[in-house]
Every structure is written in structure tokens, then in C-alpha cells.
Design a protein around this ligand. Structure first.
Ligand code: ARG
Length: 466
């Protein structure tokens, strides 16, 4: 075997690895993404080995300098990745040996690739949680801007995709803000389970060297170290949690997308998406398609697939480490990329969204959206709600038969359904009146939405302080 491809585990073998098998077992194509974390982990591990007398000061110095060189080589694109060296851990160790010879051979004392890879991915997920979090905050700020801009703009609210009650566009933007707030909270909650160091767990049962696990944990800015070595090397719960939290976030983005896709269709025409975020058709010249939003909706399926992927990889593994675990990374990396890109894409769409205020408001007037307000009006006149519901139902049926809206009926028409109805009914049938009557906390009245916006701004300010 050529000097530069010697495998660290070569000793026990007399035969060469099959070339195809080398390619099949290699993960370097994707796990080279972890190089920075692997180097961070190696620095901490070496410093700890020095602190317990396994590495001398000179040896430590040599290793740290060499690690810096390896990092620079990778970052300059000069590193040649080889399937024969399997993964990022073996590449870095091999490179160190090439640079400083025997001293480098001491670095793997008390360490296994099993605790090494577990450490690397935790460091990676920790950073990506921060990145996703950041991108959600940017999106939330855009929602606040839209909510303020359209705080008094009326749009129909739907249930069963049938006109239900009028609301403001700002109110909807705030609904979406608080959905994203829960997504953020889920990532933050998972962070404390990610940020624990498995380093020092060894292959599966700990080490016979007096490793100082608390020291490496501290150097790597973990909150502490894991409690059980066996669990440490086989735990991938934090990846499942990350992808699960991402799945829920994507389901939210997908629902926002679906809503906007409906709103910008020719039949609704409630909103306009800027040319910047739309694409055309190669055959139908009139088309302006919301492809970005459709892709977000489609990519949601990709992330759900990644969740099933990681759950299935973990499902029947005997303890402790099995090579199955190597397959955790393609799912995780792709999930991270998809989620961050989707949040950014969503943000560009929101930044370029224009509400067609008159069309939206006129739509809210249709479909008898103030029928509930009419019933509430009768309740205020001491009619029990069930009876009021019946009276309004009959009135609506009559209006439908005459092809009229409720506010187009005459006083005589109203009186024929209840003698308690007076002229002031028209105030209740108008959409602004309806919206502003929703004064319960969390409601759609201008005042309540203002309170929601104020709270949202406070939340963002709090994050930005920290
Ligand atoms: N490339 C491996 C992974 O990603 C590293 C751990 C290998 N451990 C082993 N015992 N073969 O999981």
C-alpha cells in the first residue's frame, strides 16, 4: 500500500480493501463539511491529553500548529479527498502524520471515531440551530413590517375555504409570526440536549486513560458532558429532533405558501407577487407563476422524507455504534440546506408581496361574512344565540334567493325576520364594524392587532439584545 494512503486501522489486515468497497464505505464526499468541527474537537482533545501528561508541551505545540496547517490546506482547496481514507477524521489524522510524523500518532489516544463523529455533529448542529434561528428572525421581522403596513386592510377569513368572517391582513401576518415563534422555541429547547459533549466516551465504554472530559467539554463550550459512554456514541436523538423541528417549520412555510398561491390566482387576485419571485411558462405567454412558493411546498416533502430517513436508520440498531450511523449525515446536511434556503426564499416572497386592498376588501363583503355579527346583534337584543342563528340563516337564504348581499336588504325585509331589528343593523353588517367588534384579546380588531404587533416587536428586541 502506498505510503500516503495507509489506513489507521491497517494493522489487523493483510489484504487490500476492494476498490468498490472503498467507494461504497467512504463518506468523505459529504462529511468533509465537518472539517472545522473535527479540528476544533482535535484541538480540545490534544489540550486535554497534555493536561493529563499524555502529550508534552512540545508535542502539543507541534500538533496545534499542524492542525492549523491542515485547516488552511482544506480551506485553500488543496486537500485531496480520497475514498481510501474513508472520512474526514481519517483524512485529518493522516495529514497530521504526514506533517509531523510520530507525534501525530499520539492524538488518537483515548479517542475513537465513534465519540469523535458524535462530537463533530453536535458542534455542527449547534451552529446550524443558531443559523436557522437567525433566518427565522429575519422572516418574522418582514411579517411585522407587512402587519403594520396592512394593519387596517380588510380581507376575508376562510374556513373550509368558504368565506367565514372578515379580518385584517395584519392579523393574518401576526398569526404567521406566532407560528414561527413556536418553531424557534422548539429549536431553542432542543439546543440544551445538543450542547453536551460525548467526547471521551471512546468506542463505547469509556477509556482506561484518565481523560478529563469536563475540560474538553469546557474547551468546546459545551454545557457539560454526557452521562453514559454507551449512550453517547449511539445517540442520534438530537438529529431526529432537529429534522423533526424542521419538518414542522417546513409545514408552516408550506401552509403560508399555499395560502399566497391561492391569493395570487386570477380568481382571487388578493395579492401580487413581484416579477422578481415569479417565473413564466415556455408556452403560455400570459403566465406568471409562483414557483418559489410551490418549491417551498414541494421541499417540505423532501424534509419529511429526511425525518423518516433518520428515524428508520436508528430504528433497529443494536448498541452501540454501527456504520448505519454514517448515513445520518446526508439527511441532516440536506435538511439544514433546504430549511435555511426555504426560509430565505419565503422572506424574499414576503418582502415583495403587495396586497390588492380594494379587491380583498370587496371580497370580504361577499359571501355573507358578517352573518355572525348579525346573529351577535340579535343576541344583544336578548334573543338566545340558537334562535338568532336560525333567524340569520333564514335571512341569508332569502338574500341568496334575491342575489343580494345582507346590507342590500331593506328595513322591511329585515323586519319580516325579526321585529327587533332596527336601522343600526347596517353598522354591524359592514366589514370594518365587524372587524373592530372582535375586541377579545388575540382578536382581529385594529386595536388587538396593534397589541399583537407590539408584543412581536418586543420578542424580536429581546432576541437582538442577547
Ligand atoms: N464516518 C463514520 C461516521 O460518519 C465515522 C465513524 C466510524 N466509526 C467506525 N467504527 N467505523 O459515522
Amino acid at each position: 500500500m502506498a505510503k500516503n494512503t495507509k489506513k489507521p486501522w491497517q494493522g489487523r489486515f493483510s489484504g487490500k480493501t476492494d476498490k468498490f468497497v472503498e467507494g461504497f464505505t467512504s463518506s468523505i464526499d459529504f462529511d468533509n463539511r465537518l472539517y472545522e468541527y473535527d479540528i476544533q474537537g482535535s484541538i480540545a482533545h490534544s489540550m486535554m491529553l497534555n493536561s493529563i501528561g499524555i502529550l508534552s508541551d512540545t508535542e502539543l505545540k507541534k500538533i496545534l500548529l499542524a492542525l492549523e496547517k491542515v485547516k488552511k490546506k482544506i480551506e485553500s482547496g488543496k486537500m485531496v479527498w480520497k475514498d481510501s481514507l474513508e472520512d474526514i477524521h481519517m483524512h485529518i489524522e493522516h495529514e497530521l502524520i504526514e506533517l509531523i510524523g510520530d507525534t501525530a500518532k499520539k492524538i488518537h489516544t483515548g479517542r475513537s471515531r465513534n465519540d469523535q463523529v458524535a462530537t463533530d455533529i453536535r458542534l455542527y448542529v449547534r451552529d446550524e440551530i443558531r443559523n436557522v434561528h437567525e433566518s427565522i428572525i429575519i422572516l418574522q421581522k418582514t411579517l411585522i413590517t407587512l402587519a403594520e403596513k396592512y394593519s387596517k386592510s380588510i380581507i376575508p377569513g376562510f374556513t373550509h375555504l368558504q368565506v367565514a368572517q372578515p379580518m385584517t391582513f395584519g392579523f393574518i401576518m401576526m398569526a404567521w409570526f406566532f407560528m414561527l415563534e413556536r418553531d424557534k422555541a422548539r429549536y431553542i429547547d432542543s439546543y440544551k440536549r445538543v450542547n453536551i459533549s460525548p467526547l471521551g466516551a471512546g468506542a463505547l465504554s469509556g477509556s482506561s486513560h484518565k481523560l478529563d472530559r469536563e475540560y474538553t467539554a469546557k474547551l468546546l463550550e459545551f454545557d457539560g458532558s454526557t452521562d453514559n459512554a454507551l449512550d453517547s456514541v449511539s445517540d442520534r436523538d438530537f438529529i431526529v429532533e432537529f429534522i423533526s423541528n424542521s419538518s414542522l417549520l417546513m409545514s408552516h412555510l408550506s401552509r403560508f405558501s399555499e395560502e399566497i398561491i391561492i391569493w395570487c390566482s386570477t380568481m382571487y387576485n388578493f395579492v401580487d407577487l413581484d416579477d422578481k419571485v415569479c417565473t413564466g411558462s415556455s408556452i403560455m405567454p400570459q403566465k406568471k407563476n409562483p414557483d418559489v412558493l410551490e418549491l417551498i411546498r414541494g421541499k417540505t416533502g423532501t424534509v419529511y422524507g429526511q425525518l423518516v430517513n433518520i428515524l428508520t436508520i436508528m430504528k433497529a440498531q443494536p448498541f452501540a455504534y454501527n456504520r448505519d450511523n454514517q448515513e445520518d449525515k446526508p439527511a441532516l446536511f440536506s435538511c439544514v440546506d433546504t430549511v435555511i434556503m426555504s426560509v430565505q426564499a419565503m422572506n424574499i416572497c414576503f418582502e415583495n408581496l403587495k396586497l390588492n386592498e380594494n379587491i380583498a376588501k370587496n371580497s370580504a363583503k361577499k359571501g355573507y361574512s358578517t352573518a355572525t355579527d348579525f346573529a351577535d346583534y340579535l343576541v344583544k337584543k336578548q334573543i338566545p344565540f340558537r334562535d338568532a342563528h336560525e333567524i340569520v340563516g333564514k335571512t341569508v337564504a332569502y338574500a341568496v334567493s334575491k342575489k343580494l348581499d345582507l346590507d342590500e336588504l331593506s328595513m322591511k325585509d329585515f323586519k319580516s325576520f325579526s321585529s327587533l331589528i332596527e336601522e343600526d343593523i347596517f353598522d354591524f353588517l359592514n366589514v370594518e364594524g365587524s372587524v373592530n367588534s372582535k375586541q377579545t384579546s388575540g382578536g382581529t380588531s385594529y386595536e388587538q392587532v396593534k397589541i399583537q404587533i407590539r408584543k412581536a416587536k418586543k420578542i424580536i428586541k429581546e432576541y437582538e439584545k442577547n
